[in-house]
Design a protein around this ligand. Structure first.
Ligand code: NAD
Ligand code: MG
Length: 330
């Protein structure tokens, strides 16, 4: 049996560790912007650390933040949030954080991977914490503004000061995540679950299945735009039901034909071979070989975007947007 989950809400979390303590937010992308805005609206002094030529500068300036070079931002504050892409964190931490971070500071990450897989090293005497909002920055901000919060996972990899946990929780609370619930985890567990779920389901299995189903219909002579609507666009309706009610609750809300067809065919789509593949995918996440492979082979987003793009499917989507939804061309 797993131990019961530890979950913290606003009432369980003291904001004290962040009072009179500034946060340096390094990186101003999806998480960086949302976290900086939420922290500021929670009364926390935020400086944003960006490289001189960073494309995010204009946005951060427009939002009214004080911009510093990353090293200078780190020097000044007891909280440092590392919110640059995972694949550059090793380099950014080595160059901008390690030489400047104060003893007794806490460095907060939004994903456990780089620390867990040993790509990031921090000097002794520094707390290392994880506050991983469970959704994109846009939602973190939207939910905060709407008065509720996004769930987050929190963990501590190193408690140098003895205060790492209260600091991580106070940080999560200032992001608004304590309104929804902050779940205690470990860097290892967060890193592995995150990678596995995005590969197996969210960004791997699910889109690949939708695309294969689309191609099956098109090859059989069905209009691509209709195949696109049925196999790709309608994922949202089922995802929304599943989000609200779970898988069983979703099944209770679909037609009997969909229920029967799904229950009898689903296990054939995801049969023994797919289950074996899932185990292999998890194995490569757990033993670090996925991360090693990516660091060796990933040459930039554009190459992978081009290779993955299905022009037939994009043409069908374009037709849908233009002819059926009547969205004017940009
Ligand atoms: P992002 O790509 O949206 O933004 C990255 C920011 O870092 C940008 O401001 C970019 O200009 C800057 N940057 C890029 N390279 C840099 C470098 N070499 N030096 C300094 N700055 C650099 O990234 P993100 O999605 O916000 O991811 C940040 C962290 O948040 C990651 O650890 C990610 O795993 C985690 N996370 C992301 C999400 C999400 O949905 N996007 C959700 C939870 C956690
Ligand atoms: Mg992820």
């Amino acid at each position: 049996m797993n131990p019961p989950l530890k979950v913290y809400h606003d009432d369980d979390i003291s904001p004290a560790p962040l009072e009179d303590a500034g946060v340096a937010v390094i990186g101003y992308g999806s998480q960086g912007r949302a976290q900086a805005l939420n922290l500021r609206d929670s009364g926390v002094a935020v400086t944003v650390g960006l490289r001189p030529g960073s494309p995010s500068r204009a946005r951060a300036e427009e939002d009214g933040f004080t911009l510093l070079e990353p090293g200078a931002a780190v020097e000044e504050t007891p909280f440092v949030a590392v919110l640059v892409p995972d694949e550059v964190q090793g380099e950014v931490v080595a160059q901008e954080v390690t030489p400047h971070v104060k003893r007794g500071a806490v460095v907060v990450f939004a994903h456990g991977g780089p620390v867990h897989f040993g790509e990031v090293a921090l000097p002794e005497g520094v707390d290392v914490a994880l506050v991983a909002p469970m959704g994109p920055g846009r939602l973190l901000r939207e939910y905060y503004v709407a008065g509720h919060g996004l769930n987050a996972k929190a963990a501590v990899a190193r408690d140098a000061t003895g205060g790492a946990w209260p600091r991580a929780l106070a940080y999560a609370r200032a992001l608004g995540c304590g309104r929804a619930g902050v779940i205690a985890t470990t860097f290892a567990e967060e890193a592995k679950l995150d990678l596995f779920s995005e590969q197996a389901v969210l960004c791997g299995g699910l889109p690949a299945l939708a695309e294969a189903a689309f191609e099956t219909l098109v090859a059989a002579g069905y209009p691509p735009v209709l195949a696109y609507i049925e196999c790709v666009r309608e994922i949202k309706y089922v995802a929304d039901l599943t989000y609200e009610h779970g898988l069983d609750g979703m099944r209770r809300r679909i037609s009997s034909t969909a229920l029967y067809g799904g229950a009898t065919r689903g296990p054939k789509v995801v049969g023994a071979e797919a289950k074996k593949t899932l185990k292999e995918i998890l194995g490569a996440v757990e033993d670090g070989s996925f991360v090693a492979e990516m660091r060796a082979k990933f040459g930039g987003r554009e190459e992978f975007l081009a290779a993955a793009r299905n022009d037939r499917l994009e043409a069908a989507r374009e037709e849908f947007e233009r002819i059926i939804r009547r969205v004017p061309r940009e």
